[in-house]
Design a binder for this molecule. Sequence first.
Ligand code: NAP
Length: 248
Amino acid sequence: MKLLEGKNVIITGASRGIGKGIAEVFAKHGANVAFTYSSSEGPALELEKELKALGVNAKAYKSNAASFAESEALVAEVLENFGSIDVLINNAGITKDNLLMRMGEADFDAVIEINLKSVFNMTKAVQRTMLKQRKGSIINMSSVVGVKGNAGQANYAASKAGMIGFTKSVALELGSRNIRCNAIAPGFIETEMTEKLDEKTVQGWRDAIPLKRGGAPKDVANACLFLASDLSAYVTGQVLNVDGGMLT
Ligand code: NAP
């Protein structure tokens, strides 16, 4: 059964990693996918082709999620190309890790702007359309680090915890218009990026997880599928941990 047949979705940061996994699973479930990237034009255009081959409408847009003006322009363009927006996934994110003692102002600001302000930018940009439709699902990609904190990631943890507060507030404000807003808190998800890490260190992380493995982008994508589809029609304001039991 296709759970997102005919729905139009925007995913920020889908040229690789988790965002790409979401785009692929969503397209297989019949969604039309508009997605953004920051600089990876080649992989983004590749993905656009791959998604179209699945028989859905798909388009890659270069857009900086940290920019309010670019987010507004992006949504206007997506509306012109796709007609409506049913689902927004705020997935774009970066890390600039350092102990607080060594963390510079620029590294704090960049992480807050790309991870947290982007969520404000994109939610504002789609709000009017979703209000008019009286329907919408917004999914914000937080992290277990936003729930628990992590040494060496004060900037990242603050941005991800901020996303949770934003999510719950939007759920309260827009619930009466049938617009739902939830967050996902992934644990350790193995992507191309983690392939470059020392295997022994990564195995140590896997061993500490109750399900004894790192997650795959598909694991996060399937949780997004539930929150984007009508299966979760009565679920809003929640944080869904997708972490193999890490925070249990
Ligand atoms: P990733 O592989 O580094 O991919 C990040 C994506 O975001 C890329 O498509 C990148 O585009 C895009 N991006 C970066 N800055 C952007 C900007 N300013 N505007 C628009 N797009 C931008 O990351 P990931 O591991 O898949 O993580 C995706 C999300 O899940 C992030 O929010 C991350 O914090 C969260 N998360 C990840 C994990 C994990 O273990 N991987 C765990 C918890 C939460 P380019 O390719 O063009 O740079």
